[in-house]
Design a binder for this molecule. Structure first.
Ligand code: NAP
Ligand code: F7E
Length: 347
């Protein structure tokens, strides 16, 4: 592995992550997990968690002409990186056949909602049909593997009840949400038709200093850092009234793992049970550095969506009861952790 790739590990500035507990006891055989989307936010945290638990981790990476290891550079000598693409059935089947994993986490997707309006067909290929391709790979090559599908609160969309729980009907409001509904139901269908241990984790928004810069939390934490350092004078955002249930990604990957350790495969809603607006986010992020957000934030129609999801709030009671899962990082801790990390990243 190139020195450049190793050193890109680095930029975890300012992030203080609670340490995960060890999960596999002494003398237990090592488990193997395949993670698609290992180069993404969640993939990087999940790989760390599974390594801490003593797993062999196989990370699926699609070929690009540039280095996509920014979030996992520090793990490259501890995980096995294998090439495959959600668009390519053969490559996925080969990964599962060769790794014979105990667990498969399907985290890969086109995950940015606005892009799903400009590239709706590609979003369907990756985020919907990609799930079927990976399930087929598991079914044909190693059906004893346990399968996790990264489903999303975006499936609730124009929510018909609040808070949203496992039984709340889906009403997606974007091609991304529609694709995730397909991914959810195909996972349920493979469980019921073929007896696969396949679960769908319906996760609400989760963020971290490793979040992509286009998502609103990171756009705001990065914007605050740029303003503090004199690199920007304002921050242009869309709908400030949108409300979300935001948690910390490091906590949420633990819920994914717990879902695959249960006696029976079931679907779970995972969130904090607390809701805040984009305006609240600005208030905490700018307030953390002693600034009044009203002086810097401008509403720009280019960031307003053709159809908005006004509010999402989880009822995580089932996950708490059956998985013993609770979030450890509060909204304020999350936002200030992200602002601090962006301030450190830009000296
Ligand atoms: P992310 O940072 O956008 O990561 C997406 C990952 O998918 C990247 O590793 C990307 O690889 C990979 N990928 C995209 N297209 C691919 C393809 N054709 N073949 C193989 N890999 C491909 O997303 P995230 O925030 O970690 O989210 C992880 C999963 O959870 C996604 O499925 C997302 O939709 C879902 N989800 C996220 C949230 C959230 O709040 N974060 C909530 C609910 C559900 P490159 O590095 O090459 O681009
Ligand atoms: O938007 C509003 C925007 O892009 C959150 C993905 O991980 O979580 C994520 O999807 C809210 C929306 O996340 C800007 O209109 C205002 O109401 O950070 P976001 P998302 O669309 O909720 C779900 C659970 C996923 O599954 C997805 O993969 O913030 N908003 N102004 C803005 N959003 C952005 N991006 N940029 C703005 O300027």
């Amino acid at each position: 592995m190139s020195a450049k790739r190793r050193s890109s590990a680095s930029s975890r500035g300012g992030e203080k992550r609670p340490k995960a507990k060890r999960g596999l006891g002494q003398g237990q055989p090592r488990k193997t997990a395949v993670i698609t989307g290992v180069t993404g936010q969640d993939g990087s945290y999940l790989a760390e968690l599974l390594l801490d638990k003593g797993y062999d981790v196989v990370g699926v990476v699609r070929r690009t002409s540039h280095d996509s290891y920014e979030r996992i550079g520090h793990l490259l000598d501890r995980i096995r990186v294998v090439p495959a693409d959600l668009l390519d059935q053969h490559s996925l089947t080969a990964v599962i056949r060769d790794a014979k994993p105990d667990e498969v986490y399907n985290l890969a997707a086109q995950s940015f909602v606005p892009t799903s309006w400009t590239q709706p067909v590609l979003t369907g290929e990756f985020t919907a049909l990609g799930v079927t391709r990976l399930l087929e790979a598991v079914r044909l090559a190693h059906p004893q593997a346990r399968f996790y599908q990264a489903s999303s609160s975006e499936m609730f969309g124009k929510a018909t009840e609040t808070p949203q729980r496992e039984t709340t009907p889906f009403y997606p409001r974007s091609p991304y949400g529609v694709a995730k509904v397909y991914g959810h139901w195909i996972t349920v269908n493979y469980r019921e038709s073929y007896g696969l241990y396949a679960v769908s984790g319906i996760l609400f928004n989760h963020e971290s200093p490793r979040r992509g810069l286009e998502f609103v939390t990171r756009k705001i934490s990065d914007g605050v850092a740029r303003i503090v350092q004199g690199k920007a004078k304002e921050l242009r955002l869309g709908n400030l009234d949108a409300r979300r249930d935001w948690g910390y990604a490091g906590d949420y990957v633990d819920a994914m793992w717990r879902m695959l350790q249960q006696p029976t495969p079931e679907d779970y809603v995972i969130g904090t049970g607390e809701m805040h607006s984009v305006r609240d986010l600005c208030d905490v992020a700018f307030g953390h550095v002693g600034l009044d957000w009203r002086k810097y934030v401008k509403v720009d129609p280019q960031f307003v969506r053709p159809a908005e999801v006004d509010l999402l709030l989880a009822d995580p009671a089932k996950g708490r009861r059956k998985l013993g899962w609770t979030p450890r990082v509060s909204f304020e801790q999350l936002v200030t952790m992200m602002v601090d990390a962006d301030l450190e990243r830009r000296p």
